[in-house]
Write a new protein. Structure first.
Length: 318
């Protein structure tokens, strides 16, 4: 399912529905009721237009159904977390059964499903079966399916091969199912943060194979490393990542320069205004930025306020 964003302003094209609400996840890890209340309060924010869906593990859907405010509409991105144990077989199907139980609930929409199998290579036949079953279960509803290739100090499968596999699954998917890739940009575990070159390789491969992508973890600040590092890997910036992806998709940036954008640590190198997005000499207008967001979709963050406040400090939001 493509992200439809405004093309009247380049700033709006970049930021609209960019940040999925992952308050249930570390490091915030809010309790369910607090996370739902936080999500409801976002609707009262002047920056609600930047917020995307509410991210929830399939294993906690029953808890969500019990604790949500029935008057609050919810667009969910569901993590198929049974498979994260490394178990095989019908784990995806078990999570789909959990989703079935809430689909008839008024006000709840399941917009996307996300899957990660740590340490495993991509099983094209298994992924194709899962995507086919998703299409059969909800034939009249558009839904996105995001697969996260495994990364721990390096790619378990090189991005070009992983994205080629996802492109094949995407090409055979039912019409209502959009297949895309997900990239983890940080985390608490050692080796969870990809290097600049490894992250760039993912972005370039996704573009080469025409696979939409979203990101998660570690993208708390707009620009790479500007807030300092107490130890471990330098955190990536979400402006770096999305400006690189958007400019590449728009034809304004060569693949060889993607790593340079991701590595940028000077906030003044980026310009985001109604007319265009820019990194140094690279510029993208509103129309092309909006079109590119169909491929460079969103990122999950346990905090909404932190990235928004940083954008305000940079003068991008007022």
């Amino acid at each position: 399912m493509a992200t439809a964003v405004s093309t009247d302003s380049a700033k709006r094209a970049l930021l609209e529905r960019l940040i999925d609400d992952a308050a249930l996840f570390p490091p915030a890890e809010l309790p369910m009721r607090a996370a739902l209340r936080h999500h409801a309060r976002l609707r009262e924010s002047a920056y609600w237009w930047i917020a995307g869906g509410f991210v929830v593990p399939a294993s906690r859907l029953d808890e969500l159904a019990l604790q949500r405010d029935a008057a609050q509409p919810l667009e969910l991105s569901v993590i198929l977390d049974s498979a994260m144990s490394g178990a095989k077989g019908d784990t995806v199907r078990a999570d789909l059964h959990r989703i079935d139980r809430i689909l008839g609930t008024a006000g709840i929409t399941v917009a996307s499903l996300e899957l990660r199998v740590p340490g495993a290579g991509l099983d094209q036949a298994g992924l194709a079966r899962s995507v086919s079953e998703i299409g059969q279960r909800w034939p009249s509803e558009p839904v996105s399916f995001w697969y996260e290739p495994s990364y721990s100090g390096g790619w378990a499968t090189p991005p070009d091969a992983a994205l080629a596999t996802l492109a094949a699954v995407r090409g055979a998917a039912p019409p209502n199912v959009t297949v895309g890739a997900k990239v983890r940009c940080g985390g608490q575990a050692a080796g969870a943060t990809p290097s600049v070159d490894d992250l760039a390789a993912f972005v370039v491969a996704a573009h080469a194979h025409d696979v939409p992508w979203k990101a998660t973890a570690g993208l708390h600040h707009p620009v790479r490393g500007v807030h300092g590092v107490a130890g471990g890997a330098v955190p990536h910036g979400f402006l770096n990542l999305f400006v690189a992806g958007i400019a590449l998709h728009a034809g304004a940036l060569d693949a060889a320069r993607v790593a340079d954008v991701i590595a940028e640590s000077e906030p003044r190198a980026f310009v985001v205004d109604p007319a265009h997005l820019a990194w140094r000499d690279v510029r993208v207008d509103a129309e092309h930025a909006g079109a590119a967001r169909e491929r460079c979709v969103s990122f999950g963050s346990c905090s909404f306020d932190e990235p928004v406040n940083d954008l305000r400090e940079l003068g991008i939001l007022t």
